[in-house]
Design a binder for this molecule. Structure first.
Ligand SMILES: [Zn+2]
Length: 288
């Protein structure tokens, strides 16, 4: 099974969605569908599945601004998303839990929906002049009517890496994690950095260890709320890790120790396909 939130079934229809007549036609399409979030969580149908309504039904709900947002086309089928005002409906299912059990295509659609809707929730006003933004292109961008600035949904790149040397790897744990759980290191990229430089900086900040080289393995959209996880294996110089930053403990693990850990605490955290962290660890275990 592939990583959750990857391999979207949606064609984002970038060229077409600039035409308001295209968005109108999508809204009226008999097969059009809308997924519904509330406070970032997933609204469920009576059967316990993510609730899906035709846009004509969804638009009657008390929706947060800007209302329906166009997500893309799945074949001929247009998909929209909307955020229902909290307090007007029952709480949704926790987004993480909902997407752990959703069908892969639905999880990818929900991930795109959450990233865009969260962005709308934080961008009512133009960051350039303070006027109220207006949605454009089906809600996939905002335009300031006062100064003309265009605002696009954010994607925040983050590096996530498993440092290793020889037959051992280094993993760390954060204070909030379940007891005994260790995992890959991660952090947001900073302006002026390459991916490799961000990887080396984060490893140094969190463990004091020096990266010799790093290799890209895979990436994963991570809609909590709008991160792109860039996964790497990082070869490091041997040395004793010194935990710092948001890491409370970091240490070396042999392959056997990693296998033991991941048959225990990590399995309870979530399914293996849910995070690129697990993919990095499995890639290293296989000697990749
Ligand atoms: Zn403005």
């Amino acid at each position: 099974m592939h990583l959750t939130f990857t391999r979207t079934p949606l064609n984002h229809a970038g060229p077409q969605r600039t035409d308001p007549a295209f968005i109108d036609a999508c809204l009226r399409h008999p097969m059009a569908r809308t997924v519904l979030l509330t406070r970032g969580d997933v609204m469920l149908s009576p059967e316990g599945e993510p609730q899906v309504l035709h846009p004509a039904q969804a638009v009657d709900l008390p929706l947060d601004a800007p209302g329906l947002v166009f997500l893309g086309l799945e074949g001929e089928m247009p998909w929209f998303a909307a955020s229902v005002q909290p307090g007007t409906v029952a709480p949704g299912l926790d987004f993480r839990r909902a997407t752990m059990v959703a069908e892969p295509d639905m999880a990818a659609i929900l991930g795109r929906a959450r990233a865009i809707l969260t962005w709308h929730g934080r961008r009512h006003y133009c960051s350039n002049c303070g006027a109220e933004n207006a949605p454009a292109e089906g809600g996939t961008k905002l335009v300031c009517p006062a100064c003309g600035t265009e605002h696009f949904p954010r994607t925040d790149p983050s590096v996530i890496m498993l440092p290793y040397s020889g037959d051992r790897c280094v993993m760390g744990r954060q204070p909030a994690w379940p007891p005994g759980l260790f995992a890959t290191l991660a952090g947001f990229m900073e302006p002026g950095e390459t991916i490799e430089e961000a990887c080396a900086r984060e490893v140094a900040e969190e463990t004091g260890l020096k990266v010799v080289s790093s290799r890209y393995i895979a990436s994963q959209p991570w809609p909590f709320p709008s991160t792109l996880m860039i996964g790497l294996l990082a070869e490091i110089e041997p040395g004793e890790p010194v935990a710092a930053d948001d890491i409370e403990e970091a240490r070396w693990f042999t392959r056997d120790e990693v296998r033991e850990l991941y048959e225990g605490p990590m399995m309870r955290w979530g399914p293996p396909h849910y995070s690129v962290s697990r993919l990095l660890i499995e890639t290293w275990l296989k000697g990749g």
